[in-house]
Design a protein. Sequence first.
Length: 367
Amino acid sequence: MFIERVSLRAIRNLRSIDFAPGPRFNVISGENGQGKTSLLEGIYLAATSRSFRTSRLQELILHGEAIASSKLVVSQDGGSHEQSLGIQAAGGARQARVDGKRPPSLAAFAVKTPMVVFHPGEVALSTGPSGERRRLLDRVVLHTAFTKMAEQIAYTRAMRERQEALETRGERATDLEEWETLMVSHGLAVCEARRDASERLSHVAEHAFHRIASPSLVLRVRYLTNVPETEDAYRHLLAASRGRDRARKSVAIGPHRDDLVLEVDGHAARQVASQGQHRAIVLSLKAAEIDVIHAARGVRPVLLLDDVSSELDRARTQALVSFLGEQRGQVFLTTTRPELIESEGLGGGSDRHDFRVERGVLSVAQG
Ligand SMILES: Nc1ncnc2c1ncn2[C@@H]1O[C@H](COP(=O)(O)OP(=O)(O)OP(=O)(O)O)[C@@H](O)[C@H]1O
Ligand SMILES: [Mg+2]
């Protein structure tokens, strides 16, 4: 599976970009602020319906434009399909299309072209709050237990309704029990899918860490939820926390509080890991994400690597390059220093395609 054509319109500073990437390594170089990350963001948008930089998609629209869009032609199993996503400035609505038709859901759209992104902000996976790690779990769930995505939507809806009822009508509102029953059944399904995703991830990530960081360090990755295992216990806990949830205007118990606990030698990574160890953890989690999606889907996800040369120490560059050397799928990599990628001997010869971005315009780079 690989992307054979990319067409972007009014994505950040990229007014109009059309190009045909190669099936393996695509190196996109350019000075700071020229549009490299925006290019990857545009590709990611058409594959996943999301951005890896923001949850407010209107930010992606070129200032002053009414619509932004991204379209990919994806080659797979001898055939090809086209998928596109448009964003409207007014209201921010997303319009997804697969071969010109509206997909049954955004999850059905996002599952078509597996893609894994690796960008500098992602160190938050290891250093930041739990939201990043839940999103990682959910990206894995999307590809390993697609139907469970509907459980999550149903859970969130029930949770909001119950909170609304609590806050507007109080702890004796008659519909609370009904919402809580839905929260329990959908919430447990979400937990089950995430626990499974976590198990798949942890195995690969722990191994990868062993290779990337020092072999004497041990990474442990495990799923953490405050949701009780049985329906009865969960329902009782919800009923008992009505007062608190009402007062705090938020729901204390549920999968929306889940986390993926990361420990280095038995201590919380957030508290003890060094900068280099945080990077190694993130790289390990990413390697796991790629591996798990590949195993589940039978296709290699397209890899987007943003800003590869920035503040990389030598050891990590080597770890990254050897990791990339093992990748058999399509890779898009941005850098301000293409010569650095060259000197590491990555993807030489006809496997490699070079492009350059300057002030929002893409050209084929002359070797
Ligand atoms: N909605 C928008 N409309 C127009 N321009 C935008 C919009 N959002 C961001 N920009 C601009 O687009 C330019 C390209 O940003 P981008 O993040 O893609 O640069 P980059 O090449 O990745 O740079 P760096 O090497 O510093 O990461 C920046 O000048 C940014 O200010
Ligand atoms: Mg950038």
